[in-house]
Write a protein that binds this ligand. Structure first.
Ligand SMILES: NC(=O)C1=CN([C@@H]2O[C@H](COP(=O)(O)OP(=O)(O)OC[C@H]3O[C@@H](n4cnc5c(N)ncnc54)[C@H](OP(=O)(O)O)[C@@H]3O)[C@@H](O)[C@H]2O)C=CC1
Ligand SMILES: O=C(O)CCC(=O)C(=O)O
Ligand SMILES: [Mg+2]
Length: 414
């Protein structure tokens, strides 16, 4: 078996016992640097995370980082075609947590997404992406401070799962034959030249995601949970998501219908509502205050994440976590991708990975360190010391490199 992973000698594993996370003072946490801008971002981010932990706990607590490999670096370390080595998966499984940089996925050809594979293999069913405004960040909207939402994106199902067959192949022909001959489908406009994709959406998959979203709203005192779907068109998949979501809210959280339904309310006042996805995308621009926690399907969640991030300044400041709330497994990663044109230039904004690390610290219960990061990042932005993405539309800004931005955040931890 390959052993390219060096396990830190001093650390211990994070574990889940009796439904509760057990986090030792020296947890071993696997990380993947990522492709493209990943290494620049990781170098800055890890220093910020370590500095916050050191400042908060004066050496009592420390993360023992363990590099694991995926993507282009994995090919260098493990050899051809080893995009996602077994021992990387095993490490994320055994050590429960991980943090990663972005990984490249080619368009239209080549490997399927390693990012998606990790979510599927570890069954990280909730992609949690908070979207909040940091004062002073340049934004294209008039009142970015009105955006304060947390997206719960289903992370294992939907058309995003990559079950598809290419036009002109035997497989596509088989699928076409099955659909037209056995299922009586007559609506395929150009059957001979069509590729086909499958969109699985299940009751179980929907329920565990909606459960996590509602539980989060309850735990954090949010006002509403909106189920975002395109159920008028995709009745059994996206419509099923909406109906199963409402049913779960009633059955498990005691929600009762208001004004004749289908909207309903929990005993503590949290409103469970639904909105069709296209309408949602215009409403978040016009009336963002009406949305709070968002529960949605995989592909919708992908689009919504970037669109909402833009409203608060862009995907340079858009963190995320892929979580299985039952097993405790979690991999933290930014919303953005590899931004390859900026690779190795030390210019990209590391805030999304830094804030993903902040989410990780909070999930671990290391709230003092997480708070330090939030405060220091806020202060650094207020000082208008920012990377190119913010500097290009911030008056009076001092543009700094990725590494320097990290230095400034650390200097602002007081
Ligand atoms: N989870 C993951 O690992 C993800 C991987 N990907 C993969 O990444 C690759 C590139 O995807 P692409 O569609 O170009 O999307 P990217 O998110 O990589 O980049 C798109 C644009 O967003 C801006 N941007 C991205 N990251 C940052 C940052 N940290 N700071 C400031 N601005 C940023 C840049 O805008 P500007 O040009 O205006 O400066 C950039 O050109 C693809 O292979 C894709 O599959 C994509 C998303 C997630
Ligand atoms: O896996 C990829 O390359 C893209 C993933 C993505 O865009 C996302 O999860 O937001
Ligand atoms: Mg995306």
């Amino acid at each position: 078996m390959a052993t390219n992973i060096k396990v830190p000698v001093n650390g211990e594993k994070i574990s889940m016992q009796g439904g509760k996370l057990q986090v030792p003072n020296h947890p071993i946490i696997p990380f993947v640097e990522g492709d493209g801008t990943g290494p620049d971002i990781w170098r800055a981010s890890v220093r910020v995370l370590d500095a916050a932990v050191e400042k908060a706990y004066s050496g009592q607590r420390k993360i023992e980082w363990m590099e694991v490999y995926a993507g282009e670096k994995s090919l260098e370390v493990y050899g051809a075609n080893e995009w996602l080595p077994d021992e990387t998966l095993k490490a994320f499984d055994e050590y429960l947590f991980g943090i990663k940089g972005p990984l490249t996925t080619p368009v239209g050809t080549g490997i399927r997404s390693i990012n998606v594979a990790l979510r599927q293999e570890l069954d990280l069913y909730a992609c949690v992406r908070p979207v909040q405004y940091f004062d002073g960040v340049p934004s294209p909207v008039k009142r970015p401070q009105d955006v304060n939402m947390v997206i719960f994106r289903e992370n294992t199902e939907d058309i995003y799962a990559g079950i598809e067959w290419k036009a002109g192949t035997d497989e596509a022909e088989k699928v076409r034959g099955f659909l037209t001959r056995e299922m009586g489908v007559k609506k395929i406009r150009f059957p001979d030249s069509s590729s086909f994709g499958v969109k699985p959406v299940s009751k179980e998959g929907t329920e565990r995601l909606v459960r996590a979203a509602i539980q989060y709203a309850v735990d954090t005192g949010r006002k509403s949970v909106a189920l975002v779907h395109k159920g008028n068109i995709m009745k059994f998949t996206e419509g099923g998501f909406r109906d199963w979501g409402y049913e779960l809210a009633k059955r498990e959280f005691g929600a009762v219908e208001i004004d004749g339904g289908p909207w309903c309310k929990l005993p503590n006042g949290i409103v469970i509502k639904d909105v069709i996805a296209d309408n949602f995308l215009q409403q978040i621009l016009l009336r963002p205050t009406e949305y709070d926690v968002i529960a949605t399907l995989n592909l919708n969640g992908d689009y919504i994440s970037d669109a909402l991030a833009a409203q608060v300044g862009g995907i340079g400041i858009a963190p995320g976590a892929n979580i299985n709330y039952v097993t405790g497994h979690a991999i933290f990663e930014a919303t953005h991708g590899t931004a390859p044109k900026y690779a190795n230039k030390d210019v990209i904004n590391p805030s999304s990975v830094i804030l993903s690390g902040e989410m990780m610290l909070r999930y671990m219960g290391w709230t003092e360190a997480a708070d330090l990061i939030l405060k220091a990042l806020d202060k650094t932005i207020q000082q208008k010391t920012v990377t190119y993405d913010f500097a290009r539309s911030m008056e009076g800004a001092t543009e700094v490199k990725t590494s320097e931005f990290g230095d400034r955040i650390i200097a602002n931890m007081d």
